[in-house]
Structure formats: structure tokens, C-alpha cells
Design a binder for this molecule. Structure first.
Ligand code: PMP
Length: 360
């Protein structure tokens, strides 16, 4: 192990550099981005970007983009904060609300970066296993709201639809979490477009709710890093202060504006397609004798024994999916991004022999 630098911050001793050691592969279905690509007007804006957009600084806080997002979601512009990906929003918001040593709590399994962002901000992380599926059969995989509330976290993180299970959190659970929380409630809606439901309306009722969204998934702009959050103006202002100026680069801002103004039809069409093909993929997996979990997102999580070895065997066949070993109440599973059907067929043709090779 490397010696600690005498002048390094102690809170970072336990922080490892995030590096999932991804290697290039012919078909990458690991990150739930938009496998159909970028919307057409957004692409034109990107190609025609004036050089001046790069030589000058971007706007301080992306006011024009906030106004457009406000229009989309039926809120006022001062209820929106943008960031360099929703990763940046989550990080800035943790820094805004958590004093060093305070607690961030969330359900497990969920978005793997949350404990890391907590650590990066010198906060404590507490993961609580979701309720067992047998107890929650009627609603699928659900967080244990009572157990989460009992930890009295400064920040309660909920993800709906959840990554990696794809489960939508029951509306009543979200409302209960908000009603009884003593701190801030983050609701990560990175995949909400594919679910067709959102908790954005709840921000009007509570000053402690922050809804986190991204343009990396349905909008196909992951490489430009565009995230945003919605909350009451006083809450959002704290995140904006913590985020700081010039965080959204000029190209991202312009391309996102185009996508929001002119590409809503393309986005809606491709969301609908992803939903249709998600169900078709689930059917194909069931036909192989597997039991995919119900998903409200643009990916499918399917229990598969020895998932790491199966994932590796698929990689040798040019296809990457994300293995999740030992998920609570599930065991080993693979998470597969949904995309155009020929890509799904290509994935299935790698999965079948990989399963035979590893699990017999
Ligand atoms: N939240 C969830 C649940 C995610 O799955 C991801 C990306 N995998 C993010 C946030 C971060 O996305 P981005 O920074 O690209 O907006």
C-alpha cells in the first residue's frame, strides 16, 4: 500500500480512485446511455458550434437552459440548478447540506456512486437493504423506508427507477419518506423518462425535496455532462452556491438548449422504443429460462448465477454487460442496457453460450 502524504486530507484516506477498469469492447451495454445516439437538432448544433463558444467562458449559471428546463417541467427557473452531469449535482448537493461526519442513508442496492460521493464530502454512509421481495411482492423491489428514516440521516437518497434493479419506488413510500424526514431527501430520477412518472410535483409541497435529473440517458448527451435538479428556490440556491460558477461548458449548454427546444419528439419516440424493446428483451430472457426483474428504466436486471464469470465470458464474445454480484435478496445479476433490437440480438447470442460455458 502507498504511504499517505503527510499533507493529504484525512477524510480521503479511505477514498479509492473510482476506476471500474473498463476495457474497450465491440458492444458496450454497461452504462444505460442512449444507444440510438444523439437527437438530430442537438447534433446539428454540435457540428456547427462557433469557435467563439470555446474561446470565451460559458455563462455563469446557465440561465437560458434553466429557463428552458423550467418550461419543460412546469416550475420557475429559480427552482432549477444545473451541473456537470447529475454526478456533479449529487456531489454539490451533498457538500451543500452535509456537515463533515453527518449521515447519508440510502437503500441497497442502488447507484454505486452515492457512497463514494458521501466519502468525497467527508460524510458517513449507511446503506440499508431493501425490503425482501417476498414481503414486497406486490410492488417489487422497494426500499425499507422505516429503517432508512430510523437512521435520521441528514441526507436521504432514493433512486426511482432504481439503478440497478429498475424498480420504481411506490409513490406512497416517497411521500412517507418526505413527510417524516428530518433532513434533505434526494430523489434521483436519472431514468424517470422511461418510467413516465416523476415526483417533481412533490417539490411544491416540501422544501426538503431535491429531484435530480440528467440528460445523459433519454437525451443521449452523456458525453457532454449535463445534469440538473429541481427543488424550492431556497434549497436550489444552496446547491448552486456549492456547485460554483462556470460548471456547465458552453457546448453542453448550447446543445442541450437545442435538444430541449427542437428534439422533444425524437426523445419521446426513442423513449417509447426503449420501453417496447425492454419488454421484448425481458420476454427473450424469460424464453431462455431466466427471470428478469420488472424494470421501469432503459435497462433490464436479470439474476444470473456466477454473474462475473458470465460477464467475462460475454466480453470474450465482444459484448459488455454489468455484473452485480450478491445483490441483497437477489444474488448474482447482470444489468443490461436496452438499445436497438439488432444490438439486443447480438447480446443474446453472446449470453446463451456464456451461460452454457459458465453454468452448464
Ligand atoms: N444517477 C443514476 C441513478 C445513474 O445511474 C447515473 C449514471 N449512471 C447518474 C445519476 C449520473 O449520471 P450523469 O452524471 O451522467 O448525469
Amino acid at each position: 500500500m502507498q504511504e499517505r502524504l503527510a499533507f493529504a486530507r484525512a477524510a480521503y484516506d479511505a477514498v479509492a480512485l473510482y476506476d471500474p477498469k473498463r476495457t474497450a469492447v465491440e458492444l458496450d451495454l454497461t452504462d444505460n446511455t442512449n444507444l440510438w445516439g444523439i437527437p438530430p437538432t442537438a447534433e446539428r448544433t454540435l457540428r456547427e458550434m462557433p469557435v467563439a463558444a470555446v474561446t470565451r467562458y460559458p455563462t455563469l449559471y446557465a440561465a437560458e437552459l434553466k429557463a428552458e428546463l423550467a418550461l419543460l417541467h412546469g416550475v420557475s427557473a429559480d427552482m432549477i440548478v444545473t451541473g456537470c452531469g447529475s454526478d456533479d449535482i449529487l456531489d454539490s448537493a451533498m457538500r451543500a447540506f452535509g456537515e463533515p461526519g453527518e449521515l447519508v442513508a440510502g437503500s441497497e442496492p442502488s447507484f454505486a456512486m452515492i457512497p463514494i460521493f458521501a466519502q468525497m464530502n467527508a460524510l458517513r454512509w449507511r446503506g440499508i437493504s431493501e425490503r425482501s421481495t417476498t414481503a414486497a411482492q406486490h410492488t417489487g423491489h422497494q426500499p425499507d423506508i422505516d429503517a432508512l428514516l430510523a437512521t435520521t440521516p441528514k441526507i436521504l437518497y432514493l433512486c426511482s427507477p432504481n439503478n440497478p434493479t429498475g424498480a420504481l419506488i411506490a409513490r406512497a413510500s416517497i411521500e412517507r419518506a418526505i413527510a417524516h424526514a428530518r433532513g434533505v431527501v434526494f430523489i434521483d430520477e436519472a431514468y424517470a423518462e422511461f418510467a413516465g412518472v416523476s415526483s417533481i410535483d412533490l417539490v411544491a409541497r416540501s422544501e426538503r425535496v431535491l429531484i435530480i435529473r440528467t440528460m445523459s440517458k433519454a437525451y443521449g448527451l452523456a458525453g457532454l455532462r449535463l445534469g440538473y435538479a429541481i427543488g424550492q428556490p431556497s434549497l436550489v440556491m444552496e446547491v448552486e452556491k456549492s456547485r460554483g460558477p462556470y460548471k456547465l461548458n458552453a457546448m453542453a449548454e448550447r446543445v442541450a438548449l437545442s435538444a430541449l427546444r427542437y428534439d422533444s419528439e425524437w426523445v419521446a419516440e426513442h423513449v417509447a422504443l426503449a420501453v417496447t424493446l425492454r419488454e421484448r428483451l425481458a420476454g427473450a430472457l424469460r424464453a431462455m429460462g431466466l427471470a428478469p426483474m420488472p424494470s421501469a428504466a432503459n435497462f433490464v436486471c436479470v439474476p444470473v448465477a456466477q454473474c462475473v464469470a458470465v460477464g467475462q465470458a460475454m466480453r470474450t464474445r465482444g459484448v459488455a454487460v454489468r455484473p452485480f454480484p450478491a445483490l441483497p435478496h437477489v444474488g448474482d445479476a447482470l444489468r443490461i442496457s436496452v438499445g436497438p433490437w439488432p444490438l439486443m440480438e447480438r447480446m443474446l447470442s453472446a449470453l446463451a453460450p456464456a451461460l452454457r460455458e459458465v453454468n452448464g
